[in-house]
Design a protein around this ligand. Structure first.
Ligand code: SAH
Length: 250
């Protein structure tokens, strides 16, 4: 039962790659896949690429070529929920593509052919990831650099994440996104660019999927965070800790 671990950025993957045992490199479909063992579990590590199409291609290759039994995503995201702050962790309960719009043929955000806008993540994998995040993120000692202005005590949230092919980087856009989703009954925690595509591929193939994201910015124009440094110093260390806890609990 091989577990696929997807990251969006190399900085997020580096710690996992470093800890990988019996690692074997495979090049396929313009991507690199690392097969090996992590915390005693067979895994394949891969970079999703950035955006929905790249992520869907990687997810499909992981299923078709490597026969993975489950998939977990770790990465960073922009916080949209009022109390979702930089340094917090969000665990996805379900996903929606915020740039899907086939209206008036289909309701706004509805995935044509699926009869709904939101795709649920696997319940038991998600519960396991949430337990690992809650237990292990709090154990990470990060140099809470004043530039990053991290909260003294990061929080772990669980709920709706949205993905789209846009880096959301103005307060106006993030507020419009949050409000329009809220008006349709979708209370959103965070925005990123890949998760919903991976959720859709996993749904099609019946492969259990779960995702966690560390909040790197508030998706607004005051996003003063040094992005690569944040990813390396905070997000990758959270990912290492949480994935370790997750794999040990499988
Ligand atoms: N600096 C990177 C590009 C990062 S793109 C490079 O040069 O390659 C942003 C990544 O972080 C995506 O993988 C996306 O999923 C996530 N992300 C973080 N904040 C986001 C935001 N405000 N809007 C959309 N995606 C965001």
């Amino acid at each position: 039962m091989t577990t696929a671990i997807l990251s969006a950025l190399p900085e997020e993957q580096s710690g996992l790659l470093h800890a990988l045992q019996q690692g074997q490199r495979h090049a396929h479909g313009g991507r690199v896949f690392w097969q090996g063992r992590l915390h005693g579990q067979p895994v394949v590590l891969a970079l999703s690429g950035i955006g929905k199409v790249a992520a869907a291609t990687t997810a499909t290759a992981l299923i078709e070529r490597f026969g993975v039994a489950r998939m977990v995503f770790t990465g960073v995201a922009g916080g949209l929920g009022a109390d979702v702050q930089v340094g917090d962790v969000v665990v996805a309960r379900d996903y929606l593509q915020h740039d899907m719009d086939a209206s008036p043929l289909f309701a706004r955000w509805e995935l044509p052919g699926y009869g709904r806008a939101r795709l649920a993540c696997d319940e038991s994998l998600t519960a396991l990831l949430f337990v690992a995040a809650s237990a292990d993120v709090l154990g990470v000692t990060v140099d809470f650099d004043s530039v990053l202005r991290l909260p003294p005590q990061p929080r772990v949230h669980q709920g709706l994440l949205v993905s789209g092919d846009r880096f959301v980087a103005t307060a106006q856009e993030s507020e419009a996104l949050r409000r329009s989703l809220q008006a349709a009954g979708h209370e959103v925690l965070a925005v990123e660019m890949e998760g919903a595509a991976v959720a859709q591929v996993c749904q099609d193939y019946g492969v259990p999927f779960a995702a966690m994201r560390t909040i790197s910015d508030r998706a607004d124009d005051s996003a003063h965070v040094d992005f690569p440094r944040f990813v390396q110093q905070v997000a990758s260390r959270y990912a290492d800790q949480v994935l370790g806890g997750f794999l040990r609990r499988l």
